[in-house]
Ligand binder design. Structure first.
Ligand SMILES: Cc1cc2nc3c(=O)[nH]c(=O)nc-3n(C[C@H](O)[C@H](O)[C@H](O)COP(=O)(O)O)c2cc1C
Length: 344
């Protein structure tokens, strides 16, 4: 979970409990530089955070968003050199991932929201001799950016249960690699149900957001605990400059300001910049039409305690945030999710 929610404290706690702990690469250079008081570039920050996540033992990797074009390759190289167990990559199609550097023992795992997207990735990767080691299938109930157009989010055929069979078939077609489902999975019972339907694992975000080890600010965690069903919506206009629908708590200060058109995005962090005609990273969609976007870099950095006095926070959550009523340690949550807490 980016920005700065899943860092090494959360990922290593998950790894210690037998899960695959995932740090987020988003804005890591600033976050790690601030924490250590030493300047880290993108490569060094990915290397540092993956190494720390793995230090306590168990399996740990990194999520690198394809939409973060400028920093993508350096993040991948830093994570590979640090020996990440997995790189999970979505928010766009990670078509170049295996071509960046030989992955050795690192599992390369794309995120998709349809069988068609998986087909495109497998064809492209196949041309250079790779196939995904697993795939994350993310449905429309997830937090963060969604891989669906606004009018597709509530469509019956896009429910995670209905997306799973065609994606499973596609994974079988290309060599029968594992399918990991994500988006709206909340209980041990949900995990069992999806495994019985053919999933090989689950990826979870929102429940781990409200753990002691998550690096979300206390205000963010409290907003999750306090959120009701009607407080959670998919922001589109104003929305994320990445161009994808983005689920938020509607009371998030950055979102409230954007709705009232109170603050134009600042675009001074540069993580979502695209190349201009001269090949320079200078284009942020929020700069071009600042009425319609919020400042996602500053909003999310603020939610992770970076410049909270200067920037308004933006809280992203999955639909299930409304069910969370307390902040727990990762060990307690993992006991519940694995069913241990039910047995003992
Ligand atoms: C706070 C938060 C931040 C997230 N950030 C990212 C991200 O940076 N990259 C990404 O691919 N997915 C991101 N996600 C999606 C999660 O990785 C996960 O797939 C999803 O939230 C699963 O649904 P759940 O929250 O219902 O468990 C984020 C989710 C949350 C709640």
């Amino acid at each position: 979970m980016g920005v700065g929610v899943s860092l090494s404290p959360l990922a290593s706690a998950v790894a210690r409990e037998g899960g695959l702990g995932i740090v987020s690469s988003a804005c890591l250079d600033r976050l790690v530089s601030k924490r250590t008081g030493k300047k880290f570039n993108t490569y060094e920050a990915a290397y540092e955070e993956v190494s720390r996540a793995k230090a306590a033992g168990g399996f740990a990797g990194i999520n690198i968003m394809a939409a973060l074009v400028r920093d993508y390759e350096d993040s991948v190289k830093g994570a590979l050199d640090a020996g990440a167990d997995a790189i999970i990559s979505g928010a766009g199609l990670p078509l170049t991932l295996p071509a960046i550097q030989p992955p050795k023992d690192t599992a390369l795992i794309p995120i998709v929201s349809s069988a068609r997207a998986l087909d495109i990735i497998c064809k492209k990767w196949g041309k250079i001799g790779y196939r995904p080691d697993a795939v994350v299938l993310e449905g429309p109930l997830a937090g963060g950016h969604l891989g669906f157009k606004m009018d597709q989010i509530d469509v019956e055929s896009n429910r995670l249960e209905n997306l799973l069979p065609p994606v499973k078939d596609m994974a079988v077609k290309y060599g029968d690699f594992p399918v990991i489902v994500a988006g709206g999975i909340y209980t041990h019972g949900d995990i069992v149900r999806f495994m019985e339907m053919g999933a090989d694992g689950v990826q979870m975000g929102t429940r781990f957001l409200a753990t002691e080890e998550s690096s979300a600010s206390e205000d963010y965690k409290n907003a999750v605990v306090g959120a009701k069903d009607e407080d959670i919506l998919v922001a589109h206009d104003p929305g994320s400059p990445c161009g994808l629908p983005f689920r938020v708590i509607k009371q998030s200060p950055m979102f409230v300001s954007a709705l009232k058109r109170l603050r134009p995005p600042k675009c001074d962090k540069g993580y979502v910049l695209l190349k201009d005609k001269e090949g320079k990273f200078s284009v942020c969609p929020a700069k071009a039409s600042n009425e319609h976007h919020f400042c996602i870099c500053n909003g999310l950095l603020s939610s992770a305690g970076y410049n909270p006095d200067k920037e308004e926070p933006l809280y992203t959550v999955g639909t299930n945030a409304s069910r969370i009523d307390r902040i727990v340690p990762v060990s307690t949550l993992m006991d519940e999710l694995t069913g241990k807490a039910l047995i003992s």
